[in-house]
Design a protein around this ligand. Structure first.
Ligand SMILES: [Mg+2]
Length: 166
């Protein structure tokens, strides 16, 4: 049986993460771990079910977020996932300090992770339509099987407003 990888975005895909309360609060908001540390981030149930189904099917599950890495952000993201009941994933990747565009970073990570885990099938979940489109092209280009699910939870309002780093 070929190995399967399942890659989930965090903000707006697995979690209804806390968003900025005002227009002014937007700048730098997603780089700040404090809202994740101090406010609720309810789970998006459909995505959690998909994650648990992936685990049950024997897939290696990865969570990958465009939130920029710092030890504090890593801890905050892991704690938010834990509090939301997201468990069993193999690794939580935050965007490295020296990376710019989240989409470009994730696009490069997909084939790299497929190689690392020896997977010929990669399924992905992301709330950003432009990322989902790009991921489909990456799968095709690298001859990887898999589907890309665009998560669109009506409770998540930040996708259209921003979040450039989420
Ligand atoms: Mg997102």
């Amino acid at each position: 049986m070929s190995k399967r990888l399942a890659i989930f975005d965090m903000d707006g895909t697995l979690l209804l993460s806390p968003g900025p309360r005002t227009e002014d609060a937007h700048k730098g908001f997603w780089k700040n771990p404090e809202p994740l540390e101090t406010r609720e981030a309810p789970v998006i149930e459909d995505t959690l079910e998909a994650l648990n189904r992936s685990l049950a099917a024997g897939a290696t599950v990865i969570v990958m977020t465009g939130r920029r890495y710092s030890p504090r952000m890593q801890t905050a993201a892991a704690a938010a996932l834990e509090a939301a009941g997201v468990r069993g994933y193999a690794k939580l990747y935050l965007k490295p300090q020296d990376e710019g565009d989240t989409g470009a970073w994730k696009e490069r990570m997909i084939p790299a992770l497929a190689r690392r885990y020896g997977a010929s099938r990669v399924d992905l979940w992301d709330d950003r339509p432009e990322h989902a489109e790009a991921f489909r092209r990456v799968l095709q280009r690298h001859l990887l099987e898999g589907t890309v699910t665009e998560v669109s939870d009506p409770r998540w309002i930040w996708g259209t407003v921003q979040p450039k780093d989420a």
